[in-house]
Design a binder for this molecule. Structure first.
Ligand SMILES: [Zn+2]
Length: 338
């Protein structure tokens, strides 16, 4: 048991850099959507919905991701879910978020990426307590031409808070290298970039992401431990890591937090940030993540605050935005400074 009370983790202001909007829909809201569209006989109750989000492996998680998306059908649905997600962040004192969203998963609905993004922004802006910027997932399962087109479209959506692109999806079957022109295009527009790597695939995927895509941050990043040279590269280049420990346990990448490399990454002084990935599909919170790190690795309150400060440092806010966020953290009565 941790000797830091849960209420402290709950009370401190927190930051998320790796969380998916569609994986963060509060279950009450998702249940409302499932029922609105006729339900699924195999999921007769809300409790059954919760049970549905338990996985044998990463591919099974992707299968459930696709199942859930079938119940998001109108622009009003995007507004509804975005407002619910932002209010849920605010209720946990998560005050700043860079959230992935995957508009191309909904191509069959016939809406433009701009229309989906605007609907999401309307919902997010109904919650003033938390700032949510957006990272458009170009989805590695997509053809390159579509990913290029997605970048062209989202580059025009800065006024809706789109600040970058990410590469998610089925890492085990879609290596990063073919997406090099997509990331070059994003950079040419001034968009920020991050890549899921080292989650469902090993070091080759991470090296491919680093060398071909030149991302500013690496999502997950854990399986670098299978190649000592890659771990040394992380240290030497102070790479920004978006670690998602409980997500990796839930998809059986690691059997436990104790077996997760995040403890070693922190001990070696790497630029680690802690994130929930898909909190309503993994039944985790940032409080759970921090409490687990304290339990297993003996981290202190100061260590936890430092992890959150790392997230501010590698966020994609302008320098004055980062400074304002640091000021909010450091002046909070529960914050622990050096
Ligand atoms: Zn993710």
């Amino acid at each position: 048991m941790t000797d830091i009370p849960t209420r402290w983790f709950d009370a401190i202001p927190k930051v998320e850099l790796h969380v998916h909007l569609e994986g963060s829909i509060p279950l009450d809201t998702l249940w409302e959507l499932v029922q609105r569209y006729g339900g699924d006989p195999s999921v007769p109750t809300r409790a059954a919905l919760e049970q549905r989000f338990v996985y044998t492996d990463f591919a099974h998680f992707i299968e459930m991701w696709v199942w859930k998306n079938r119940y998001i059908r109108s622009l009003d649905d995007f507004t509804l879910l975005a407002e619910a997600v932002a209010r849920d962040f605010a209720a946990q004192n998560i005050i700043y978020v860079e959230a992935h969203y995957s508009p191309t998963d909904f191509r069959a609905l016939g809406f433009s990426i701009a229309a989906i993004t605007a609907a999401i922004r309307t919902g997010l802006d109904r919650c003033a307590e938390t700032t949510v910027l957006l990272i458009c997932d170009v989805v590695r399962d997509s053809p390159i031409e579509r990913a290029m087109q997605t970048v062209h479209e989202v580059a025009a959506l800065r006024h809706l808070g789109v600040v970058g692109i990410g590469l998610g999806g089925s890492e085990q079957s879609h290596p990063p290298e073919p997406f090099a022109p997509v990331f070059a295009l994003a950079r040419s527009y001034g968009l920020h970039t991050t890549v899921h790597a080292g989650e469902a695939a090993g070091p080759a995927s991470i090296w491919g992401a680093i060398n071909a895509l030149l991302p500013e941050r690496i999502g997950h990043a854990g399986r670098a431990v299978e190649d000592p040279a890659l771990v040394e590269y992380y240290v030497a280049h102070n790479l920004a890591l978006e670690c998602c420990p409980l997500s990796n346990v839930r998809t059986n990448v690691y059997p436990s937090i104790a077996a997760h490399p995040v403890g070693m990454f922190i001990a070696r002084g790497m630029c680690v940030t802690i994130n929930t990935d898909d909190p309503k599909m993994f039944h985790n919170t940032l409080t759970d993540e921090y409490a687990a790190l304290v339990d297993v690795y003996g981290l202190t309150r100061r260590d936890i605050c430092r992890l959150i400060e790392n997230a501010v440092d590698v966020s994609w806010l302008a320098p004055e935005g980062r400074a304002a966020l640091h000021a909010t953290l450091s002046t909070h009565p529960d914050w622990v400074r050096d």
